[in-house]
Every structure is written in structure tokens, then in C-alpha cells.
Design a protein around this ligand. Structure first.
Ligand code: SME
Length: 159
């Protein structure tokens, strides 16, 4: 049984604890689906204010739904489509305070208001994107972005 008690009150500590919990979870395992599944579960359980946390994998030039926690979501997203597709096409983090103001946003859960999408790249190639949704406006700050970027760098070696 894994029982993570991450009770950090500040974000740098939360993301440091999250990174070390994730490292422990994926140590010695190289199956990408297993590692993404545990990462999604860990993030969803420990990061407050999320209604969706998961992965879209880069497969044959499009994004395909991977392991996640939250409501059932759209399965395939073209590069350049929506927030995830923008992250995939540009390889840049997309931090969106209000998805309703983002042209082409794909609404998988009507409750989602803000979104953070982090590309996961290894040796210059896109492996997947990490997608985080929140029902709160402007839920994700620069600190969240930095924390999740570090987490994705760690994951890029294990998926
Ligand atoms: N909103 C995303 C689609 C994925 S769901 O949020 C899970 C987007 O616009 O890319």
C-alpha cells in the first residue's frame, strides 16, 4: 500500500515532496503506462484544487488519451488543437487562467476553468503532455508551473 501524506503548506515544499514521492514510485520501473498511471494518481491525490490530472501521449503525430484521474475525456487531440495541442505543437508550457478565453479550447469537463499543460520531451522528441485542470480561475501560478516542469523532467526518463 502506498500512503502519501504530503501536508506541505507552501508550494516549493509541496513540489519537492511530490517529486521525491514520484521518484520513489517509479524507481526501477520502466513501463510508461504504469508510471504515468501512478503519477496521475499521486498528483490528483496530493495537489489541491484539481478536477482532472493526466496524460496525453504523442502517437503518430497526434495526442492520444493516456492514464488520468477525473472525468472521462476526449480521446484524440490534433497538434495545434486546444490547450494540449498548443503545448504539443510548440513544446512550450501552456498556463491558461481562463480556458473560456483560449481560442479552440476543448471542453472535456464543463467544470474546468484554468489549465496547465506541460510537454514531456526526451532527446528533443515529444513523448506526452501532462494536463491539469482546475475549476478555479487562475489556479496555476508560476510556482505550480516550475514544480510541474521539474516533475515532468523526472518523468521523461521513465515513460
Ligand atoms: N481542455 C483540453 C482537453 C483535454 S481535457 O481538459 C482533459 C484542451 O483544450 O486541450
Amino acid at each position: 500500500m502506498y500512503d502519501f501524506k504530503l501536508d506541505a503548506t507552501d508550494k516549493p515544499t509541496l513540489y519537492r515532496d511530490l517529486a521525491s514521492a514520484l521518484e520513489g514510485l517509479i524507481a526501477g520501473e520502466h513501463d510508461p503506462i504504469a508510471n504515468m498511471a501512478n503519477a496521475a494518481a499521486l498528483i490528483f491525490e496530493t495537489v489541491p484544487g484539481l478536477n482532472w490530472a493526466g496524460f496525453y501521449r504523442s502517437i503518430d503525430g497526434e495526442l492520444v488519451l493516456g492514464p488520468f484521474q477525473g472525468r472521462a475525456a476526449c480521446i484524440r487531440i490534433g497538434f495545434g488543437q486546444g490547450v494540449c495541442g498548443a503545448a504539443a505543437a510548440t513544446l512550450q508550457v501552456q498556463r491558461v487562467d481562463d480556458v473560456h478565453a483560449f481560442p479552440g479550447h476543448i471542453a472535456c469537463d464543463a467544470a474546468s476553468v484554468s489549465e496547465l499543460v506541460v510537454p514531456i520531451v526526451r532527446d528533443g522528441a515529444l513523448l506526452a503532455v501532462l494536463d491539469l485542470d482546475s475549476p478555479q480561475k487562475a489556479r496555476f501560478t508560476q510556482e505550480d508551473e516550475a514544480g510541474f516542469k521539474k516533475l515532468c523532467e523526472c518523468l521523461s526518463q521513465s515513460i
